[in-house]
Design a protein around this ligand. Structure first.
Ligand code: 9WN
Length: 439
């Protein structure tokens, strides 16, 4: 499946719904590909990084020039004026102006782990790490500065697409506060590629998504301007938690490539700041971490998978970990007896924003299962991790590699043949097993 989605050095997120290269999809795809070919896995990240912006930002989409016309909206033409920014990479505009959660350093580090375990491709991987280290450092520096001028340790986003969990109830109150201005006429091309529009965001949400793109384009993606003008400005705890772990990975990479001591001191400071920031966002009543609407000065109270941010970042005390595990296994998440499998729904069925077939409002996402599995492993919760992996792999045995799954029936929804779903399956299959055959 990954071979079929291979566009010659990079992988489209899925065959029809997402014919371009998406930022965090590529990082997860790298994690899977590493087991087949460490060189190809490295290439996945390198092609993405060719389009890194001058200020360090990794764009959320790199557009495929060979994608059929009218296949994805908003496409490159729609982004052209935004990418006419002094920070955009030189050359014709081929990227969006947004970002996505920073899984990349984790993926780069993972290649080294796989190469080491297999005793193969180690020299090539070290060379690759030498090449990507400054780029990843610039990316993390951008997140720690332009996206966190307050020094809170938490990443600011200007658009729900930047969170990767687009229509999650995490953002509902903040989106409701957005007043939509004049938007160009647009056609929802996404709805052509899925059987049921109820699986995708609503028109109400899309109008806001498109209006926010207009605002961002108007600001020419200038962070200082957006801090002043964007009607949507939020601290994202999931991206912030991923950044903590990405910085841990970068610290190891810094060691491998012999980076200067000051770099390592700075990365350590980012890690500490990130964990402290998540600590501030802890909601003891819910036993979850909450996002923050900077514009409104309010917590965003939805109970979603992002609330497990401290588990992902390994932030907080042993007691906090215990609370998080209890909440994870409670009726609000995997303990709900009506679930087809005890896998975490993207939004808690007990949350008012829950909707079992609608994208990030309830379905189970294999890639999120992977993130929680990996976090449980990292927190030495081996038995729990193994159980989660077993159920998550069983879910994928239908061979559809769905983008997301209905939590009560187990039906595959959204796009089939979703690359990152196949990639996480590969990583699970390789975990503790014999090496997979090479491509
Ligand atoms: C917008 C590609 C991407 C994922 C996101 C997921 C979805 C895009 C869309 O698909 O977002 O970026 O058009 O819905 O929400 O996490 O990276 O798989």
């Amino acid at each position: 499946m990954l071979r079929e989605n291979d566009m010659g050095g990079w992988t489209r997120a899925s065959p029809t719904l997402y014919p371009h290269q998406w930022s965090w999809d590529s990082a997860f795809i790298t994690i899977g590909l590493a087991h087949l070919d460490t060189g190809r896995a490295a290439g996945e990240l390198l092609t993405l990084l060719e389009h890194q912006w001058k200020n360090g930002k990794i764009p959320h989409i790199v557009f495929n020039p060979d994608a059929p016309p009218e296949s994805y909206f908003p496409g490159p033409e729609h982004w052209a004026s935004a990418t006419d920014s002094p920070d955009a990479p030189p050359g014709p505009s081929v990227t969006s102006g947004l970002l996505q959660p920073p899984v990349h350093a984790i993926a780069a580090h993972h290649i080294l782990g796989v190469a080491g375990a297999r005793g193969e491709g180690i020299a090539g991987t070290r060379e690759f790490l030498g090449e990507v280290y400054p780029k990843l450092l610039a990316w993390h520096r951008y997140l720690a500065t332009a996206r966190d001028p307050e020094g809170s340790g938490l990443v600011t986003i200007y658009h729900p697409w930047e969170s990767g969990t687009d229509n999650s109830p995490r953002w509902t109150p903040a989106l409701e506060r957005v007043e939509v201005g004049e938007i160009p006429d647009y056609e929802r091309l996404d709805l052509d590629h899925i059987p049921d529009p109820a699986e995708r965001p609503t028109g109400y949400e899309y109008d806001r998504f498109i209006w926010l793109v207009e605002v961002i384009k108007h600001a020419r993606c200038d962070d200082a301007v957006l801090y002043r003008t964007s009607p949507f400005l939020a601290k994202d705890v999931l991206a912030s938690a991923i950044l903590v772990q990405a910085n841990e990975a970068l610290l190891d990479v810094a060691e491998v490539v012999g980076a200067p001591g000051e770099d390592r001191t700075m990365i350590r400071a980012w890690i500490e700041r990130g964990r402290r920031g998540l600590d501030e966002r802890w909601d003891p009543g819910l036993g979850l971490c909450l996002d923050y609407d900077v514009r409104a000065g309010e917590s965003l109270p939805a109970r979603t998978i992002a609330g497990f941010a401290p588990l992902i970042a390994q932030a907080g005390s042993e007691n906090r970990l215990k609370t998080l595990l209890k909440v994870l296994e409670s009726h609000a998440f995997t303990g709900n007896p009506d679930l087809r499998r005890p896998l975490p729904p993207s939004t808690s069925p007990d949350d008012v924003g829950f909707s079992p077939r609608n994208y990030w409002r309830g379905p189970v996402w294999p890639v999120m299962n992977w993130l929680l599995w990996w976090s449980l492993e990292g927190s030495r919760q081996r038995k729990r991790a193994a159980r989660l992996k077993g159920h998550a792999l069983a879910q994928l045995s239908d061979g559809r590699f769905g983008e997301y799954y209905e939590p009560f029936t187990g039906e595959a929804l959204g796009s089939d043949d979703q690359s990152w779903t196949a990639a996480v399956a590969l990583d699970w299959l390789a975990d503790g097993e014999q090496p997979l055959p090479t491509l």
